[in-house]
Ligand binder design. Structure first.
Ligand SMILES: *[C@@H]1O[C@H](CO)[C@@H](O)[C@H](O)[C@H]1NC(C)=O
Ligand SMILES: *[C@@H]1O[C@H](CO)[C@@H](O)[C@H](O)[C@H]1NC(C)=O
Ligand SMILES: *[C@@H]1O[C@H](CO)[C@@H](O)[C@H](O)[C@H]1NC(C)=O
Ligand SMILES: *[C@@H]1O[C@H](CO)[C@@H](O)[C@H](O)[C@H]1NC(C)=O
Ligand SMILES: *[C@@H]1O[C@H](CO)[C@@H](O)[C@H](O)[C@H]1NC(C)=O
Length: 851
């Protein structure tokens, strides 16, 4: 038995609270609106007892609550550097008895990318405020199999009881006190055997328990529900049942043994039937085979109700839902039908017959049984796309839900957004529905670069997976993502200091040159043929006059191209260095790596080591002042450093006050300020606290501008850009919660001499017992959050998006419709004769036959 007392003791042992002396300034924070999600939504859960109450969870950006006007409210914006892994939500449970209660199982990775254990967060006000209990193991909100579920469920008859199915072989856990304390259900011995791919730490962990489904009809209100089904990621027996409220368990005999994993177990109470979707992969990217089955609880009979016969399928199944108002109405999605588009089916006869959302009408003709409306996020469709078949229904559909109070209302999550509609019954009457983008308010993008070029639009973004945008208006969804050339991910973006309308961006593509140039502030682009589609890209810098591009390539180290001539290697700047161009002198580029600064005075042809930044061992960012030649700054693991002589010598800013820094940027000086220097905004550790700070006097005084309701997640994963036109405005690009912009709402605190003294106190047991955080601003919550920040600051791993590095070197042949490429994919990359390996996205290429 583990309880919160154990955590309290652990807290005393590990947490040293550092006295905090820097001032803060109130800011108003809003999302830069894209209106359409921008990332994978693995779970959507409706409350079965309260009309209109629904939640969505994301894998790297927290959870959201649905509003009556179809918009969403974020529920986890308090997450800060100290608890960054809480933005990974592996499971969500809403309470059928007390509908105000909400639970999240949080934690990002179960491998060493995330050093922290997971937690169960619980709310009694629908996610406005939270209390949490740390679990004695990790939770993997961004791990393989994160769309299976839900792994966390509250008993619909006795809501004190919750079950949570863990990953990594940690088994089934139970709480009898509304999620406050948890104990291992040792009678449940099927802790999972399936791993996606044992050769990489990210895919080698046991996916574990996939879902917990109560059968409310087996019990009565006020007593624990006797019948509970549990699905486990096993290739053998994988669906288990208890008839005694979880005391004893057995395999549900007769379960078909195809070696597939159960993704969803959805109960149709009035039919006394459990519907199950199976796929041969854990998802969300893989899966080429699978079935849909129903288990008739009254008769114990299993029936294969797959919409596609097993001999013809080239996909597994994911999202599954029943209409609680209309027994026998069931919907299921192929987890991934990568070509020509995702498939969703609907049955009104308990799965005997199905109708699809689209069907071939003699290749290449397709009947689309839907109208497609994306006014909330027009960029979801690239207006210049030349693809033969538009991908509109989506991919990675694990979340699929019919509103239990409104048979016309449905929602489903994809790899990029939430779709759904309000006329679902038309599927049965006219076999035609209106598919709408319904993710407004969900801003889930993983942001890799931001610039606010002087004289240009308010903002340009570089974004993973969906490319990034020209934001002509911060509060209105962009019409299109950056295109022609179109990159799945844009990895870097920069402008020329003397000609800010000249912009460069780098990205990933299977066909286009991976560098693009614009001369109209990023409104239109042309491919830079100095790069090819095989030039792997990372950050990028454009010289002050716009003639020279310096690229930190992911494949070939430092590369340089002038006047669009072929990129050539720059061996004198180490691979992986951070880079920047001088914004006023066209000859000068800066780089930094391992605590050392490198400067080029010959437009990037060669670099010379110029300065060592004290005892710094890592340089996290280097930035040149937007208008002052030779004025360059670097943030490191020891603080912020400044040079006024083209990087020849550096001095440390804020002496002992600022002890680490990550992304930062320069903004317009205040007109009332005595100092004319630009405001510096960035993520720094100041007086022991890691947060978003600004300084208006080059590090003499600092103001924290993040707050208890806006913590922005992992400091190391952000990009910060400030605005030389609007005093006070700053942009924060997050890894999974989109882009925020902030403007001051409180006055600048009066200057005080900066305290350089730091004192240490030991946290009390009571502060650490439970971390209570409120989405309304309270100083108590901030104190709690900072308590843990000092202990995790230096150990926080860079939270990467799911686009990690493994690439395949195999030359073997994949099967027809088999996977043949993608990030983390390690199988065969060739296709049979007559088949082509077709790129769908960074994560998935498939052998297809396109005549
Ligand atoms: C929980 O119980 C299961 C089954 O007995 C066991 O395999 C697992 O190791 C336990 N987990 C922990 C964290 O104790
Ligand atoms: C799908 O699985 C079934 C059952 O194991 C098998 O017979 C069939 O060949 C598989 N299909 C493919 C395309 O591998
Ligand atoms: C379950 O089995 C009973 C008895 O054969 C049958 O009447 C009922 O329709 C079945 N339910 C479903 C959902 O197939
Ligand atoms: C469904 O309705 C849409 C919008 O009216 C139309 O474009 C589409 O062709 C219809 N589908 C079929 C198969 O008639
Ligand atoms: C730009 O930098 C180069 C190299 O350091 C220097 O020779 C040149 O004088 C600088 N140009 C201006 C205008 O300051």
């Amino acid at each position: 038995m583990w309880d919160t007392k154990g955590v309290a003791l652990l807290g005393i042992a590990l947490c040293i609270e550092v006295a905090y002396s820097a001032a803060s300034q109130s800011y108003t924070w809003k999302n830069v609106v894209t209106g359409g999600g921008g990332g994978f939504v693995p779970g959507i859960v409706f409350n079965p007892s309260e009309k209109g109450l629904a939640y969505a969870r994301t894998d790297i950006g927290g959870a959201y609550r649905l509003n009556s006007d179809d918009t969403w409210t974020p529920l986890a914006d308090f997450v800060s550097n100290s608890n960054w892994n809480h933005w990974g939500v592996d499971a969500l449970a809403t309470d059928a008895v007390d509908t105000d209660r909400l639970y999240l199982a949080v934690g990002m990775y179960t491998n060493d990318w995330d050093p922290n254990n997971g937690a169960i967060m619980r709310s009694t006000d629908k996610g406005e405020t939270w209390t949490e209990s740390t679990l004695p193991f990790k939770v993997g909100g961004n791990m393989p199999g994160r769309g299976m579920g839900e792994r966390l469920a509250a008993d619909p008859n006795d809501n004190r009881i919750l079950f949570f199915g863990a990953r990594s072989g940690h088994g089934l856990w139970k709480s009898t006190d509304y999620g406050a304390t948890w104990s291992n259900v040792t009678s449940f011995t099927w802790t999972g055997t399936y791993v996606q791919d044992s050769s990489y730490s990210y895919t080698a962990d046991i996916v574990g328990i996939a879902w917990v489904t109560f059968d409310p009809t087996s019990g009565s209100s006020g007593s624990p529900t006797p019948r509970i089904f549990v699905g486990v990621a096993n290739t053998g027996q994988s669906v288990f049942v208890s008839e005694d409220a979880g005391a004893t368990w057995k395999w549900v005999s007769g379960e078909p043994q195809y070696g597939f994993l159960p993704h969803k177990g959805v109960l149709s109470p009035s039919e006394k039937t459990l519907y199950i979707s199976y796929s041969d992969g854990a998802g969300p990217y893989d899966g080429t085979n699978g079935t849909v089955h129903k288990y008739n609880i009254s008769t114990g009979v299993w029936t294969d109700i797959s919409p596609t016969s097993i001999t013809d399928t080239y996909y597994g199944y994911g999202g599954l839902s029943v209409d609680l108002q209309v027994p026998g109405t069931v919907m299921v999605a192929a987890l991934n039908c990568w070509w020509p588009d995702e498939l969703i089916w609907r049955s009104v006869d308990s799965g005997v017959t199905w109708s699809p959302i689209w069907a071939w009408n003699g290749y290449p003709s397709i009947n689309y049984y839907y109208d497609y409306i994306v006014t909330n996020a027009p960029w979801l469709q690239d207006s210049t796309s030349t693809g033969e078949f538009p991908v509109r229904v989506g991919w990675m559909v694990e979340a699929l839900s019919i509103d239990p109070f409104d048979s016309n209302h449905w929602l489903y999550g994809t790899g990029a957004t939430i779709y759904g509609g309000h006329d679902l019954k038309n599927w049965d009457s006219a076999h035609n529905v209106t598919l709408e983008s319904l993710a407004y308010g969900i801003e889930e993008m993983a942001v890799l670069g931001l610039i606010a070029p002087p004289g240009g639009p308010p903002l340009l973004s570089a974004v993973a997976d969906v490319g990034g945008f020209y934001h002509s208006d911060l509060d209105t969804p962009p019409a299109q993502s950056h295109h022609t050339p179109t990159y799945s991910s844009t990895n870097g973006i920069d402008y020329a200091g003397n000609k800010p309308s000249n912009i460069v961006r780098s990205g990933s593509s299977d066909s286009d040159p991976t560098v693009a140039l614009s001369t109209d502030f990023g409104r239109t682009w042309s491919a830079n043929y100095a790069a090819s589609s095989s030039t792997g890209t990372g950050s990028i810098a454009l010289s002050a006059d716009g003639d020279t591009v310096l690229l930190m390539s992911s494949t070939d180290g430092t590369l340089r191209s002038q006047y669009q001539s072929t990129f050539s290697a720059v061996s004198s700047l180490p691979s992986g260095a951070v880079i920047a161009s001088d914004k006023a002198n066209n000859s000068v580029f800066y780089g930094a790596s391992s605590g050392t600064v490198y400067v080029s005075t010959d437009t990037g042809l060669s670099f010379a080591r110029t300065a060592a930044l004290g005892s710094s061992s890592a340089v996290n960012a280097i930035r040149a002042h937007p208008s002052v030649a030779g004025d360059v700054w670097a943030s490191t693991d020891t603080g912020l450093w400044h040079s006024t002589d083209y990087g020849t010598t550096f001095t440390k800013i804020g002496s002992t006050t600022c002890t680490a820094g990550w992304s930062f940027s320069f903004g317009k000086a205040s007109s009332s300020s005595s100092s004319s220097s630009s405001v510096i905004y960035g993520f720094f550790t100041v007086d022991g606290v890691t947060a978003l700070f600004k300084t208006e006097d080059q590090g003499l005084n600092w103001q924290m501008i993040s707050d208890a309701s806006h913590g922005f997640g992992a400091a190391s994963a952000h990009v910060v850009a400030a605005d030389m036109a609007n005093y006070g405005r700053v942009f924060v690009g997050t890894n999974g919660r989109g882009i925020f912009y902030g403007e001051p709402s409180g006055s600048l605190p009066t200057s005080s001499a900066t305290s350089t003294s730091t004192s240490s106190t030991t946290a009390t047991g009571s502060t650490m017992t439970t971390a209570t955080t409120s989405s309304s601003t309270t100083s108590t919550a901030r104190t709690t959050a900072t308590t843990t920040s000092s202990s995790t600051t230096t150990t926080t791993a860079t939270a990467t998006t799911s686009s990690s590095s493994a690439t395949s070197t195999s030359t073997a042949t994949a099967s027809p419709f088999g996977q043949c490429g993608g990030t983390t994919y390690t199988g065969p990359t060739g296709c049979p004769s007559g088949w082509t390996c077709t790129f769908f996205n960074d994560f998935y290429s498939q052998c297809t036959q396109q005549e």
